[in-house]
Design a binder for this molecule. Structure first.
Ligand code: PLP
Length: 403
């Protein structure tokens, strides 16, 4: 039996054809027509109101996409564009992947972590308000916020964005996991922030890592809102080379541009975006339906802030209702050739960030202790899905009869 992976790349003939087209063109370089086309197609996609993909749609002229070597590079550039300097404090979601915090360290700045809201698993706006007030009162106000859209669901920007604006800090939306997600303010249908994820902050970023819903094998995108930021991002991403015939450098830059072959794969994936999402949605719904007889499972609250992209099907095991722990379930799945993963370990529990300040922390700890991500790849077949369902239900059943 083949091993079932958590979220493997789902690439096929369309991506292969695009890759060969790019290869045959001779543009095997970090410049080329595929990069330009991937950026403009992403702008067109983001210019629409939904997660549909219209390659010929008209682009908004206040959106700029810069294709980069990774989502982490995009976060780093967003912080530099926000003029973050050594010693600055930057607020960061506690419940996230380490890249969100590491980018702050690249700038010599200090991440300060904020707990999650139980109803979305994303950053808690009340915690943000408290941190902004407290740090200002202490005379060392935060300079920016990196807010993660966890597992493909947007944070509550209807509350978060006004708080950032009121305190004059840059809002960087870490939508690494949320390509294709659509934000909807739960209390306002007219909120101008409603629309594709990536646009709710001053800057947005996507990741196209191998495990993401849309993959290029490795890559990222920075979304900015004006031409001068986009020009500066490109300049910094190409070693800050001055526009002169010879190599002239007046400040430190980075080698952060995406390659032309990589961008071609991205174009193929972007054209399949609605299908990639609907396949993951079907998996999530199938898990929920088949495992409905097990009230000891609670599911990620997808739908709390609009249409998620269903990147990963995540569950919580209620410790008051079952003796099955996430670790026990993970091992049972692994024994049957199925990969699953604990939820992100909160930043304040990481040895790397143990000394950093945290506002709250009990919600993210609780989610981490009780959660598990099940296989969710868009290429998962119904048979594979059933194998996962069987192991989960058998494991829960076995421990029920024990009890
Ligand atoms: C929330 C979050 N932020 C940032 C990143 C970094 O993206 P990349 O791996 O493309 O650098 C990832 C994923 O890897 C992520 O999940």
């Amino acid at each position: 039996m083949d091993r079932i992976y958590l979220s493997p790349p789902d690439v096929g003939p369309r991506e292969r054809e695009a890759l060969l087209r790019a290869f045959d063109s001779g543009w095997v370089a970090p410049v080329g027509p595929e990069i330009d086309a991937f950026e403009s197609e992403m702008v067109r996609y983001l210019s629409g109101a939904s997660r549909e993909y219209h390659p010929d749609g008209s682009p908004r002229d206040d959106l700029f996409c810069t294709a980069l070597s990774s989502g982490t590079a995009a976060l780093h550039l967003a912080l530099l564009l926000s003029r973050i300097e050594p010693g600055d404090r930057v607020l960061v979601s506690d419940f996230t992947f380490v890249a969100s915090a590491n980018a702050v360290r690249y700038c010599g700045a200090e991440p300060v972590f904020l707990d999650s809201d139980r109803s979305t698993w994303n950053l808690d706006p009340d915690c943000l308000a408290e941190a902004l007030e407290t740090l200002s009162r202490e005379g060392a106000p935060a300079r920016a916020l990196i807010c993660t859209d966890l597992y493909g669901q947007c944070a509550d920007y209807g509350r978060i964005a006004p708080l950032c604006r009121a305190h004059g800090i840059s809002l960087i939306q870490d939508a690494a996991e949320a390509v294709g997600t659509v934000y909807q303010n739960p209390t306002s249908h007219d909120d101008p922030l409603n629309g594709p994820a990536g646009l709710q902050g001053d800057y947005g970023i996507f990741s196209f890592n191998g495990n993401k819903l849309l993959t290029t094998g490795g890559g990222g995108m920075l979304i900015s809102k004006n031409q001068s930021d986009a020009d500066r991002a490109r300049f910094l991403a190409t070693q800050a080379k001055e526009p002169l015939p010879h190599y002239q450098h007046e400040e430190v830059g980075f080698n952060y541009r995406m390659g032309n072959l990589t961008a071609a794969i991205g174009r193929g994936q972007l054209s399949r975006l609605p299908d990639l999402i609907s396949s993951r949605q079907q998996t999530f719904v199938a898990y929920q339906e088949a495992l409905a007889p097990y009230p000891e499972i609670r599911w990620i609250p997808y739908g709390a802030t609009g249409q998620p992209n269903y990147w990963l099907s995540c569950l919580l095991l209620d410790p008051s209702a079952t003796a099955v722990t996430p670790d026990l379930l993970r091992k049972a799945l692994d024994a049957q050739g199925i990969e699953s993963r604990p939820l992100w370990k909160p930043m304040h529990l990481q040895p790397l960030y143990r000394e950093n300040r945290i506002f709250g922390g009990s919600v993210s700890e609780d989610l981490y202790s009780h959660g598990l991500c099940l296989p969710s790849g868009s290429g998962l077949t119904p048979d594979e899905r059933n194998r996962v369902i069987q192991v989960v239900s058998q494991t829960l059943k076995a421990h029920r009869s024990e009890g």
